[in-house]
Structures are given as C-alpha cells and as structure tokens.
Design a protein around this ligand. Structure first.
Ligand code: CMC
Length: 428
C-alpha cells in the first residue's frame, strides 16, 4: 500500500497524490490545489494547533490516551524513582543517560555557574515589595542575558552550550532571590557544595546557621518534582521557546518569553490557581456545590484536563505519592483531603468522564509546595526552574533542524477590502 493520500479538489475536479511521512502530510503540499493560477493555494486552518505538528523531535514522547510520558525513551516513573534531576537534565540535553564520569562532570559544570552577577540583586531590589515572584523571574531571566553579550552568537554550539549551563545553574538563584525579596529577607548566595535541589533550599530557607543542611526527604521530593517538570514536548511555553528562538533571539530573552507563556493559569499558572480554588472550596461538604458551578460553566476545575492527556497524567500519580512522603516530615497539608475528595467526586461525574478530564500535574503539586514552605506566587516559578532544560533542549534541537525557519503562521483575512481614507472632520 503506498504511503500517500489521494485528494480530489471538487472545485476543479483535479486529483492530487500527497505523500504521507511519519503519518503526517505536509501542509505546503496543499498549496498546489488552486482554482486559478494566481490563486495562493489551499491552506489548513488550525487555531490552537489542535492537529498540526510544528516540528520533528526526538526528546519527549507522550501518549495522551494511554497516559505515557517518556524522556528520550525512558518512562517518567522510572526516572522519578531512580534518577536525579541533573541526571535527567543531562539525558534530555545529550540524549543518553550519563556515565558516572559524565555525570560528575556535568554536575560540576552546572554548579560552577550558580552565582549570578551582583547587579541582579540591585535589579531585584527595584521591584515593588510584593511583586509577584513569576513577574520577577521572567524579568530577571531576560535581564540576566544582558550580562552575556556573547549569547547572541547562537550559531556556535560551544557558545550555546555555555548559556545552557549558565541558565540551568542560575534560574534557582534568581527564583530564590524573588522568594526572599518578597519576605524582606537578605539574599542568600549559592552553596555549590550542596546538591542542585539542596542548594536551592539553602538559598530559600537558610537563616543564621553557618551551613544549611537540607532535610534529605524534602531535598529528594523537590528533585522528583523537578524531574516531573523537566520537559513536556510541544506545549504552549515550549512552542514559544521554539518560535521566539526561530528569529535567532538570544536564549535568555527566548526563555523569558517561554516563562511568560508558562505563567498563564491555563498552563503552568494552574498550580497556583488550584490552591486558590481549594481554599475557596474550604471544606469537603462544599465540593458538590463547587462541581455544580463548574458544570454550569462558572469557572473550571483547575488542575484537571489536558490538551494531550485523555487519561490520568502520570506525573499527577507520582506527585500524589510524593506528597505522602513530604507530609511525614512537614505534617499534613489539610488541603490534600479536599483535593482527594474533589478528585474522587469529579472522576465519578458524567461531565468529567465524558470529556476525559483527569487530574494533571498541577492538581497536587501546589499542595506539596505549600507543605515545603512556598507561597502560591512561587508555584509557577517552581515549574519554570526544571522546565528550563526542556526549553533549552528543544531550542537546541530546533536550531539544528534543517527543516526549521523563522516561525510565521498564515491567517485567513476576513476584514475590509481597500477603503478610501476618511479625514477626521468627515467621520461620524
Ligand atoms: N474544568 C471543567 N471543564 C473543563 C476543564 C476543566 N478543568 N477542562 C476542560 N473542560 C471542558 C471544556 O469546557 C470543554 O467542554 P465542552 O466540550 O462542553 O465545551 C471540554 O472540556 C474540552 O475543553 P477544551 O478547553 O476544549 O480543552 P483544551 O484542550 O483546549 O484545554 C486545558 C486544555 C488544560 C487548557 C483545560 O483542560 C483547562 O483549562 N484546564 C484547567 C487548567 C489547568 O489545569 N491547566 C494545566 C494544564 S497541565 C500543566 C501544563 O502542562 O500546562
């Protein structure tokens, strides 16, 4: 059987044979279907990219119907069980798990870059006292790029690699500065002797002790959360990274744009929105009333539903398990009881069953973050830190892909045809 699609354009009666590669047709192959020689040709219309592949990728695989997520072929639950975040970051970026020597080299080359230029503390101090942490994060990542003018030289693999190491190393530092600034606490400089997650905890929570000792259970829980958020193929923020990067912008600005895309409550901002929602519900007996309102079109059940997963998000399952381990140390976050009951009721409800709406990664993550000592303004920042390697790996893949050019969608113009300018005095 030939791998082709035969299409008859009923406007002209002409038949076309279009090649199918990787179960995909090329949108430009439709352009040959015209009604007149000067006709632009047929275009597919796909708002929100519901059925359009924007790239070929070898990084992350999702089967939304089966609830499968793999990085470079490795199932997410195996990575969460056995790998560290930096090992996972190496895997995403290099394509293979590191050997012991490669791992120590990689860790050392990242931890060497954890300090940020001192000017960044001045920038932070310029924010309003209660500035949202995500606003500070987005702006400070973009500002950080101004310290590395060489980053504009995106054609050189070595230059790109250096920025990738810097960004992965420095985003926790900027995030911790934002956290401390809102609390009117002095910034804590990084401690490169600690692990990636341990150093982050130190920069967040260190008080007057000479050296901060992270609790190993909480350190590991944070590392697992980082693994779960490291990449998720072509979502809104990753597509932003690729689109902004396609104009050859330097990676700090492109990453700031991705983080801005992540900020929205329909994407990475959902974890913050979940906490607000659980607080508003307040107690288990008020859940049925809340569900009724959602079904009536009054707001959404935040942390539920996904464009790709039409089954349980495998990350949500791991997070729910990790929450128990965290609570053994921190004490239980009472919101978990409301969340578990909310999930139970929703999963038995026809509305959610019919639409295949299941808990996503954001449903339980905020509850752990809160138990770890974070306020909701930090939740999306905690998503952005580990996603940094995902964004950068996808950016690197895009730049090395000969099929890619500057991103530029088409439109269907439905506005006025040409009109004669009307002077102001004649306007009604
Ligand atoms: N609560 C109630 N109804 C929902 C929800 C929800 N959370 N999500 C989708 N629906 C309904 C929606 O109203 C629509 O119903 P109908 O067919 O009657 O019009 C149907 O389900 C399909 O929804 P959609 O908006 O067409 O689906 P989408 O693929 O465009 O949206 C989504 C995906 C994640 C934006 C959406 O499910 C949502 O808004 N969820 C809540 C926000 C959230 O938790 N976002 C985090 C996503 S996971 C983290 C990440 O990677 O960003």
């Amino acid at each position: 059987m030939p791998d082709t699609l035969t299409v008859t354009d009923n406007r002209t009666g002409k038949t076309f044979e279009i090649p199918i590669t990787d179960e995909t047709i090329r949108a430009v192959d439709l352009r040959q279907m015209k009604t007149a020689p000067d006709d632009f040709g047929l275009m597919p219309y796909d708002p929100a990219y519901m059925n359009t592949a924007s790239c070929k990728s070898r990084i992350t695989f999702i089967d939304g119907d089966l609830g499968i997520l793999r990085y470079r072929g490795y199932p997410i639950d195996q990575l969460a069980e056995s790998a560290s975040y930096l090992e996972t970051a190496y895997l995403l970026y290099h394509g293979e798990l590191p050997t012991e020597a490669q791992s120590s080299d990689w860790i050392a080359s990242i931890m060497r870059h954890v300090m940020v230029p001192e000017g960044m503390t001045k920038l932070m101090n310029g924010f309003r006292h209660d500035a949202h942490s995500m606003g500070m994060f987005v702006s400070s990542v973009a500002a950080l790029g101004t310290y590395y003018p060489e980053a504009k030289d995106i054609a050189h693999p070595e230059v790109r690699r250096r920025q990738i190491l810097r960004l992965v190393a420095k985003v926790p530092t900027l995030a911790a500065f934002a956290f401390r600034y809102r609390r009117n606490l002095p910034f804590i400089y990084p401690d490169q002797e600690l692990s990636y997650a341990g150093n982050f905890l130190s920069m967040l929570f260190k008080k007057t002790e000479l050296r901060y000792k992270p609790n190993p259970v909480l350190e590991r829980a944070l590392d697992i959360l980082f693994i779960l958020h490291a990449d998720h193929e072509q979502n809104c923020s990753t597509s932003t990274m690729r689109l902004v990067g396609s104009s050859h912008t330097e990676p700090y600005s492109a990453l700031a744009a991705s983080a801005a895309a992540l900020y929205g409550p329909l994407h990475g901002g959902a974890n913050e929105a979940v906490l607000t929602m659980l607080r508003e519900i307040g107690s288990k007996d008020r859940i049925p009333e809340f569900i009724k309102r959602v079904k009536g079109g009054e707001g959404r059940l935040m942390g539920f539903g996904h464009r790709v997963y039409k089954n349980y998000d495998p990350r949500a399952r791991i997070i729910k398990r990790t929450a128990e381990e965290v609570f053994d140390v921190t004490g239980k976050n009472p919101l978990i009881d409301i969340a578990v009951e909310l999930e139970r009721i929703a999963l038995e409800d026809e509305y959610f069953i019919k639409r295949k709406l299941y808990p996503n990664v954001d449903f339980y993550s905020g509850i752990i973050y809160e138990a770890l000592g974070f306020t909701p303004d930090m939740f999306t920042v905690l998503f952005a830190i580990p996603r940094t390697i995902g964004w950068l790996t996808q950016w690197e893949e895009m730049l090395n892909d000969a099929d890619q050019k500057i991103g530029r969608p088409r439109q269907i113009y439905l506005g006025y045809g040409e009109r004669k300018f009307v002077p102001m005095a004649d306007r009604k």
